[in-house]
Design a protein around this ligand. Structure first.
Ligand code: NAP
Length: 279
């Protein structure tokens, strides 16, 4: 099944002949599923060594690493760092350097969500979302920057959200964290601009991931409407294309940001949201 996911989410066919990221080392946080897995596959297709991260079943993720490595002929390793713990983030970077060498590409993608009105929003949920969605981005960035600066090359890509640019009711922690990620992205870009390092935020709208797929079914049952109506009138009300973005579209944007022609793109918050934030 994991193998099928890679084949499906990568959407990239056979490995490229010219591999732009050959010899590069990439950490993709939250890459055991969804958007992160597609990003990991895209960077592997370009030849980068990949660290997969997440809290999933260890055997499954080890197998995923094996499949990804074999398919794209790259080195892979699994790091189960819990990003809610700052020390674990730093340890993940240290382990990566020991195993593969200095980190060239950091994709901070892991994210969690909780939906509730502010007055009912559990403070522990707020803390957890801020820790994983925002603070982990800071800790990972802080840990990789010295080596990147020293070597004069680096790509830092933060997967934020359309909710890094606009708000929605009942998502206080998520929206606050994602706005924070966009701000941190700008500061990181300003501090690294003369070191051959770029830092950008990718801001997806609704993306078709297994998580969202499950939500469609659940909402269809809850509202007593068809899955198609859930998509159109509930989830995609704000997304003018009236379709989900795909994980390949997000991964393709990250791939572009890692490419040589994106060297002058830094400090940007790039919406991949079907026009949501054009409203
Ligand atoms: P997903 O399928 O739920 O993937 C989330 C990933 O984060 C998983 O690999 C998960 O690992 C990992 N993760 C969660 N908590 C972690 C922790 N404490 N430590 C380490 N890893 C952790 O979600 P997704 O839809 O692909 O979302 C990926 C990113 O895109 C998130 O930042 C999200 O906010 C952003 N985004 C998504 C959408 C969308 O519509 N899907 C839209 C805008 C932005 P395990 O599952 O192995 O635990």
């Amino acid at each position: 099944m994991i193998e099928g996911n890679i084949m499906h989410t990568a959407g990239l066919g056979r490995p490229d002949a010219a591999r732009a990221l050959e010899g590069r080392v990439a950490i993709v946080t939250g890459s055991t599923s969804g958007i992160g897995l597609a990003i990991a596959a895209a960077l592997a297709a370009d030849g980068a060594s990949i660290v997969i991260n997440g809290l999933g079943d260890h055997a499954d993720v080890e197998n995923l690493c094996h499949v990804l490595g074999a398919r794209y002929d790259v080195s892979t390793r699994y790091d189960a760092a819990d990003l809610a713990r700052p020390g674990a983030v730093v340890d993940m970077v240290d382990r990566t350097v020991r195993a593969f060498g200095p980190v060239d590409i950091l994709v901070s993608n892991a994210g969690i969500q909780h939906v509730a009105p502010i007055e009912e929003f559990a403070p522990e949920r707020w803390d957890a979302i801020l820790a994983v969605n925002l603070s982990a981005v800071f800790h990972a960035t802080r840990a990789v920057l010295p080596e990147m600066k020293q070597r004069g090359w680096g790509r830092i890509i933060n997967v934020a959200s359309a909710h890094g640019l606009v708000g929605s009711a009942f998502k206080s922690a998520y929206v606050a964290a994602k706005h924070g990620v966009v701000g941190l992205t700008k500061v990181t870009a300003l501090e690294t601009a003369e070191f051959g390092i770029t830092c950008n935020a990718v801001c997806p709208g609704y993306v078709w991931t297994p998580l969202v797929e499950r939500q469609v079914a659940a909402q269809a049952a809850a509202h007593g409407i068809s899955p198609e109506d859930v998509v159109r009138t509930v989830m995609l009300a704000e997304q003018p294309t009236k379709r989900f973005a795909t994980v390949e579209e997000i991964a393709g944007t990250v791939r572009f940001l890692c490419s040589a022609v994106a060297a002058s793109v830094t400090g940007a918050a790039i919406a991949v949201d079907g026009g949501w934030t054009a409203h």
